[in-house]
Design a protein around this ligand. Structure first.
Ligand SMILES: [Zn+2]
Ligand SMILES: [Zn+2]
Ligand SMILES: [Zn+2]
Length: 165
């Protein structure tokens, strides 16, 4: 560990000592920052998707990372959030290419060909989002790092894709 490195006390990610918050779990290290919703309450976390500070009451911990109320419905896995899903693999690959062209870091997660070698019925790792209607099982997901979610969604929106939903 270098001299200007520190460990996040919550998730043990190695971070720069000058960091205000942990980019992986959202734990806030700097004192005196106030919750975006409660100007008189100290913030405890930073939403890893929007980067705004919040107190404990204004969000929830999802898979070990903090998300604000606006963003706590994302499916999260290992610090990545699902931004797109389809049973059409070609379309998923197209989305991934577009995100890469936008200098983002997407990866594709599917149950059949998981790059993560999870094994077993790994869908328990994902929180079911929305109605479970059979699509979720065959869905191929595009995941991006949480900090890239908002940018990724902007790009995807501009593609005007048809979705399964
Ligand atoms: Zn952390
Ligand atoms: Zn947020
Ligand atoms: Zn609050």
């Amino acid at each position: 560990m270098g001299e200007d490195k520190a460990l996040c006390e919550n998730c043990e990610l190695e971070i720069d000592e000058s960091s205000d918050f942990c980019p992986r779990c959202g734990t806030l290290f700097t004192e005196g920052i106030k919750c975006a919703n409660h100007p008189s309450t100290d913030a405890d976390y930073v939403c890893v998707i929007c980067g705004d500070p919040f107190c404990k009451r204004c969000g929830s911990i999802v898979s070990g990372i903090f998300l604000c109320e606006l963003h706590d419905s994302y499916e999260i896995y290992e610090g990545m959030a699902r931004v797109y899903g389809s049973s059409d693999v070609a379309q998923v690959n197209f989305v991934k290419d577009c995100l890469e062209q936008g200098a983002l870091h997407p990866f594709i997660y599917s149950r059949k060909a998981s790059p993560l070698h999870l094994g077993g019925s790994d869908y328990s790792l994902f929180r079911a989002s929305g109605d479970f209607n059979g699509h979720i099982i065959n869905e191929v997901k595009v995941m991006v790092p949480c900090s890239e979610v908002l940018e990724a969604e902007k790009i995807i929106e501009e593609l005007n894709l048809e979705t399964d939903k």
